[in-house]
Ligand binder design. Structure first.
Ligand SMILES: [Mg+2]
Length: 222
């Protein structure tokens, strides 16, 4: 499906020959090879554009995993819940905007020859609408219909397969614990983006950055 999407671009010709690394500390010796980068969407590539407090109020679900909850409902309520979630996601698309420095960071990494995936818990309709709105061209798009969503590692593994890279060389960048938990469980290298906020959970990530452009200082060519 991805190959037919207008948002999916061809791999650059140097894809197979250029090796990149990520430094995981100030030490230049502590670095790991990187073949591709996977980004979360909401609050990572984009500014927060979904008001989950409003959705939770609408669904009557004050806490817990929304998708997991919806999936566990009887068929009719399940369909109604997912219709409400999809409408909510679609509402947010028209207000979507790039996160600080995200457009430039993505362009710079792609110019270096690194393939890019976007992995989101959103629907494919919502994901492709955001990509169209912001003119994002990724090599691989993974929405919730494609694989069990984060924090399950299946979506990370699917991205690595579709990108044609070993998951150990895939960088997973996201702003929430779901992103780093899924990445770690899959065996990817994980980067937590704080957006300048202090995480309210115990962070387990290979690297923590506060703004997305910082990533460019850690990813280097051989
Ligand atoms: Mg996010």
């Amino acid at each position: 499906m991805n190959k037919l999407s207008p948002m999916v671009c061809a791999r650059p010709p140097e894809y197979d020959v250029v090796m990149h690394f990520i430094r995981l500390s100030k030490s230049h010796t502590d670095r790991r090879p990187v073949r591709a980068i996977a980004f979360d969407l909401d609050s990572t590539l984009t500014r927060p554009y979904l008001d989950f407090t409003r959705l939770r109020a609408q669904l009557g679900l004050p806490e817990g995993d929304i998708l997991h909850w919806a999936d566990s409902l009887p068929p009719r309520q399940r369909a109604e819940a997912f219709a409400a979630i999809e409408a909510f996601e679609q509402d947010g698309v028209e207000h979507v905007a790039w996160n600080d420095g995200a457009q430039e960071t993505l362009a710079a990494l792609q110019a270096r020859g690194l393939p890019v995936a976007i992995i989101t818990r959103n629907s494919r309709t919502s994901l492709t609408a955001v990509c169209t709105q912001l003119d994002i061209r990724a090599d691989v798009l993974v929405a919730r219909e494609d694989a069990t969503p984060k924090p399950d590692p299946a979506c990370i593994r699917l991205a690595s397969v579709r990108l044609g890279v070993r998951v150990e060389t895939l960088l997973m960048v996201g702003d929430f614990r779901h992103d780093t938990e899924a990445g770690r469980a899959a065996g990817a290298i994980t980067v937590l983006l704080t957006n300048g906020k202090t995480p309210t959970w115990t962070v387990e990530a290979d690297l923590v950055i506060h703004r997305l452009p910082e990533l460019l200082t850690y990813v280097e060519k051989e």
